[in-house]
Design a binder for this molecule. Structure first.
Ligand code: P6P
Length: 338
């Protein structure tokens, strides 16, 4: 049984009863945890440090880049290059894959990450986070990673996790042996086990989506969401709507409390094919891995998220993720309205 309060380093060694995480993977997790502490301290003082607001730059998705986005991205890249724990990186903030350092080319692992998810919320003090996904490279070590090392379905992930910078800084990860949550003890700068073996309730009473886009949703999704506002959720009350606009924060709440998060395909621009907003490689796959390990479900329409073969590192998907029964009821309702 894991020991509440054990440090992340001890936990990764499997001392507390969980399965030992392979050392090379553990090294990547520890590197990311070290960087996250620095990101957390900058996020917590953003208003004072003159680093809120945006730089005059749009990322590959045309999204306004916030100063802290750039800061977090550059910090993660520099740290992973210096440690040599990965042979390549893919970031929301970079169009192409990012080379590691010479020592990193001997690593067997690549990492995909969203350095600061929910960054549009930085200026209004709503929780944001860092999301990552780790794969074993397909090419032989000793040289730079190539695109093929990244374009793997989510079921190939060896580990995935996120940091949420909120009322406290938390680190939640899975390496295939359950989901474990750590809370940063700021006085000693240590992530300590606070949520061992997280399990999502098989049914929640929260739904999370941006209903401002509902006019562009497919009929099945609209009917399902409307149904949540009237029927009992096993508590004699309809579901509650909760949506903060930071995927990592909305996901984290539902992971612990149960519920369903939906970001359906977007048909707002008739000139563009209907597609989701969220990215498969560094938002949906890592959280889908965690959600399944916690007993929930993650799909794109009726396809298991973790089986989708990526078309590119910035492949967007529609997403429904959350408690098992809630997602199953969504799928049943959707099937009646295709
Ligand atoms: P909308 C933040 O920009 C983000 O990528 C996710 O963190 C969040 O869930 C989503 O976009 C919010 O999008 O269209 O509701 O503002």
């Amino acid at each position: 049984m894991e020991l509440i309060g054990e440090s992340l380093r001890v936990h990764l060694l499997g001392v507390g009863g969980n399965k030992k995480v392979e050392q090379a993977v553990g090294n990547v997790l520890l590197d990311l945890a070290t960087v996250a502490k620095t990101i957390a301290s900058e996020v917590n003082r953003a208003g004072l440090a003159g680093i809120i607001g945006n730089v005059n730059h749009r990322n590959v998705h045309g999204e306004q880049v916030q100063k802290l986005d750039v800061y977090a991205n550059d910090l993660i890249v520099a740290s992973l290059r210096a440690s040599g724990s990965v042979c390549g990186m893919a970031s929301e903030e970079a169009e192409d894959i990012i080379a590691s350092s010479a020592i990193g080319e001997n690593s067997e692992y690549v990492v995909c990450f969203d350095p600061l998810d929910g960054s549009s919320n930085i200026d209004v003090n709503v929780s944001i986070g860092t999301i990552f996904s780790i794969y074993k490279r397909k090419t032989r070590s000793g040289g730079p990673a190539i695109l093929d090392d990244f374009l793997q379905p989510g079921c190939n992930q060896v580990a995935a996790g996120y940091f949420v910078y909120g009322t406290s800084t938390m680190f939640v990860y899975t390496a295939g042996d359950g989901v474990h949550g750590f809370t940063l003890e700021p006085t000693i700068g240590e992530f300590r086990l606070s949520h061992p073996r997280i399990k999502t309730p098989e049914r929640g009473k929260i739904y999370s989506c941006n209903e401002g886009h509902s006019a562009t949703w497919d009929e099945g999704t609209r009917v399902y969401v409307e149904s949540l506002k009237t029927r009992s959720a096993g508590t004699g009350r309809p579901y509650s709507g909760r949506y903060v606009g930071s995927f990592v924060a909305d996901f984290h709440r539902n992971l612990l409390k149960g519920g369903i998060f939906l970001y359906p395909a977007d048909r707002r621009d008739p000139k563009r094919p209907a597609e989701g907003k969220l990215r498969l490689m560094y938002e949906c796959n890592p959280l889908a891995f965690i959600q399944e390990q916690a007993g929930g479900v993650a799909v794109e329409i009726d396809k298991r998220m973790l089986e989708i073969v990526p078309r590119g590192i910035h492949h967007r998907v529609a997403l429904v993720i959350g408690s098992r029964i809630d997602v199953e009821e969504y799928l049943a309702c959707h099937a009646q309205h295709v």
